[in-house]
Ligand binder design. Structure first.
Ligand code: ADP
Ligand code: ZN
Ligand code: ZN
Length: 724
């Protein structure tokens, strides 16, 4: 008997397609089908009583793979699609993200003894033959394992097979389940940590619930959530730990290994296809027990997920703006809800959304109020750049105020480590011609080119456009007019080298060659005290633990504050607080200097006083007044086209047909701040509604009535973070 099934394909579509499948087919089965001229891999989404097309024309599925998605995961895919107004097929694509994972796992040929003796087989005794026989008394092995284990050649084994002493059999390639030594690196928690761990564990067998693990940097949040992971693991469940992509360094992995004697599984963008395939299978077969991953790990087909932890849950990189726009922290809560399991959000600087959820009783909180082992919070001081002016030197302009320079000097003399933070890659964010005023711009984007002096290149940080640094001004031909404007981390490193020629310095940013591995290397160098001054971008802010770091200089504390983004203040507060949190995590206390042109700025002063509540109160008031998230809802609609007039017309057309009424407000259309991006013109519209209005439905109704030609693209970003 055959059955008609609706198959969801990993394409930007919401509807299923009809196929014929064997009667044994189940919802969630992964199938291969022909679709148009192509072969696609999809998932059985529903059974159909009647087909959408003539039944005789329905094609059969080509084959059914031995993997089936659980109903919880299918529900999750549909919810993510609905919430973010993304096509279901594209969300499904994130689940089916491992190439070649769906075939049956390779069979493996092993050999065992038949019981026939050498004498019975009329073979002579030899050491080699006896070694093989002895080895196989301990269990079946593959040919290569026998060769290695018994130290014999393949011909010895072949002779024994031919003589009927060994026999071959097939077995699925054997992969053991990840096992843990729970006591290996077990540390005794202090009272506060123990209370927090007990709280998490007490909330573990009651189904879905959300806990904010709110603790200052260095208070032992990681130790605490690992305890609750132990609890889930002991019950046989899987644990997912979501981390901001870049903090997934060997440092974290080594710490985990020290604790449990085994490495966790990983999931991130730099994995090889074969690693993805193996990990995907180990996750679905419940062999992978703990997986640490970047946001896309949320879409893996866990067989028995028991706990989700979102580490550094405030981190803005959890918001994905690519293919499907989603906020991974929120989607993690959604996944936990679908799976009916607990979730822990761990951070020192919770975002306002999370705080409001706590206040409304949707999330519960546990606090860790002090740094472990009496490590003190650092002393934070403001440097007013208008008074304490950086002094030029033989190398040219300076970015470090005399006070900071002195502090660095003293710290080097004391043999302690320092860190300079500037959230800007490259050497200089802009090149300008002093003779004609020309600013070098990306040909594809409304953006300046960043100078990367080490590589002698100018690079666009939006589209990746790269050119060699010109010798003369491209506009006026002046040979000595071009000069770098403003600092990036490379330029700070240059100044440091001039000022402290003997100090060991190192730069770390996402440009750091080879990224993942290179970044891990710099971090271990820093841990081993092979670096005096580490200079870097926001990569430095994340979770690293450097006990001998006692001085942090924030080169430009104003950088993030000037943004027009809704969350600019909040993100600056979080980022700078995290950076400050790097200092003085060991026995010695730390000092932080914030360089600013605006010493009275409220956000900076909240950081100095480490008064999170003052900051949050202020931020709340503003957002409440303007009805911004989490007190209202936002949806951005971005219209792009290669033709400027098309983009503009489409944007105005959308505005004319926008939803309206009580509690709904449209802003725009306006040319986007980055008007041209990757060669396409961009307009933005922003819909703002009351919290009580279903903004997804409003946007859906709005856009579903409009059909633009294919050279106009309309993208939706529910609760946008970036407004560029
Ligand atoms: P957080 O995640 O809150 O920043 P961590 O969990 O990284 O803090 O802890 C900071 C440091 O203190 C780590 O090196 C950790 O191993 C250590 N630590 C925390 N709690 C304890 C404890 N109870 N016993 C021993 N070391 C601890
Ligand atoms: Zn010029
Ligand atoms: Zn560009």
């Amino acid at each position: 008997m055959q059955k008609i099934v609706g198959v969801m394909l990993p394409l930007p579509l919401n509807n299923v397609f009809d196929y014929m499948a064997p009667d044994t087919i189940k919802i969630g089965d992964i199938v291969r089908v022909s679709f148009g001229k192509k072969i696609e891999i999809g998932v059985v989404w529903c059974f159909k009583k009647t087909a959408d097309i003539d039944e005789k024309k329905i094609k059969p599925v080509i084959n059914v793979f031995p993997y089936c998605l659980k109903p919880e995961l299918i529900k999750f895919v549909e919810w993510v699609a609905r919430y973010n107004l993304a096509p279901v097929g594209l969300v499904l694509k994130m689940v089916l993200c491992a190439k070649n994972a769906f075939d049956d796992e390779k069979m493996h040929i092993l050999y065992k003894l038949t019981g026939k003796t050498l004498a019975e087989a009329k073979l002579k005794n030899s050491d080699a033959r006896w070694h093989v026989i002895d080895l196989l008394k301990h269990g079946p092995y593959s040919k290569s394992e026998i060769m290695a284990g018994a130290g014999v050649s393949a011909s010895v084994i072949n002779t024994l097979i031919d003589a009927g002493i060994l026999t071959a059999f097939d077995t699925p390639s054997f992969k053991p389940t990840q096992t843990f030594d729970f006591n290996k690196g077990k540390i005794s928690l202090n009272d506060e940590q123990q209370a927090a761990a007990d709280f998490l564990i007490a909330h573990q067998n009651i189904g879905f619930n959300v806990t904010l693990l709110d603790g200052v940097t260095g208070s032992g949040k990681t130790e605490v959530y690992l305890e609750s992971a132990v609890h889930a693991l002991k019950q046989g469940h899987q644990v997912l730990i979501l981390v901001p992509e870049i903090s997934l360094t060997t440092q974290w992995l080594e710490r985990f290994e020290k604790r449990f004697g085994v490495k966790p599984y990983q999931w991130h963008s730099a994995m090889l296809a074969s690693q993805r395939r193996d990990t995907w299978r180990d996750v679905v077969k419940n062999r992978a027990k703990v997986l640490v991953g970047a946001r896309s790990a949320l879409f893996l087909p866990y067989a028995d997920l028991g706990l989700i932890v979102v580490d550094e849950s405030h981190d803005q990189t959890f918001k994905q703006e690519d293919m499907v726009n989603y906020q991974a922290r929120d989607m993690a809560v959604l996944r936990a809800k679908c799976e009916n399991i607990p979730i822990v959000l761990s951070t020192a600087t919770p975002d306002l959304e999370t705080i409001v959820n706590v206040e409304e009783g949707k999330y519960q909180t546990v606090f860790l109020t002090s740094r472990f082992a009496d490590a003190k919070m650092p002393d934070i001081k403001i440097i007013d750049l208008k008074k304490d002016k950086p002094q030029k030197g033989s190398w040219g302009a300076s970015w470090l105020a005399p006070t900071l320079v002195q502090a660095l000097d003293a710290n080097i003399k004391n043999g302690e480590q320092s860190m300079l933070f500037l959230n800007r890659r490259g050497y200089a964010p802009l090149m300008i011609c002093r003779d004609c005023g020309e600013r070098l711009q990306c040909p594809n984007c409304t953006a300046w080119l960043t100078e990367h002096r080490g590589q002698k290149k100018l690079i666009c940080h939006h589209c990746g456009y790269t050119m060699s640094t010109p010798n003369v001004c491209p506009a006026c031909g002046s040979a000595d007019g071009l000069c770098a404007c403003g600092p990036g981390v490379e330029r700070i490193a240059e100044e440091v080298k001039f000022r402290f020629p003997l100090a060991k310095t190192e730069i770390i940013s996402s440009d750091t060659a080879g990224s993942f591995k290179a970044i891990s290397e710099v971090i271990s160098k820093m841990q081993n005290r092979q670096i005096d001054i580490l200079i870097g971008t926001q990569i430095l802010a994340k979770g690293h633990h450097f006990p001998m770091l006692t001085l942090v200089g924030i080169v430009d504390a104003d950088l993030g504050l000037m943004g027009s983004d809704l969350r600019a203040q909040e993100q600056t507060f979080q980022l700078l607080s995290q950076v400050c949190g790097r200092a003085g995590r060991g026995d010695k206390s730390g000092t932080v200097y914030l360089q600013t042109m605006y010493p009275d700025n409220a956000v900076l002063n909240a950081i100095v006083k480490q008064d999170r509540n003052a900051f949050l109160a202020q931020e709340k008031k503003t957002r409440q007044m303007l009805c911004l998230p989490p007190y209202g809802k936002l949806a951005a609609v971005i219209v792009t086209s290669e033709r400027e007039d098309y983009a503009q017309k489409a944007a105005f057309f959308l505005a004319k047909n926008a939803p309206h009424g009580d509690g709904i407000n449209l802003m725009g259309p306006a040319p986007a701040p980055i008007y041209m991006l990757r060669g396409k013109f961009r307009y933005r519209l922003l819909l703002k509604t009351l919290k009580t209005i279903n903004i997804q439905n409003a946007v859906k109704n709005w856009l579903s009535n409009i059909d633009f030609p294919s050279n106009i693209k309309v993208e939706v970003d529910i609760d946008p973070y970036s407004f560029m």
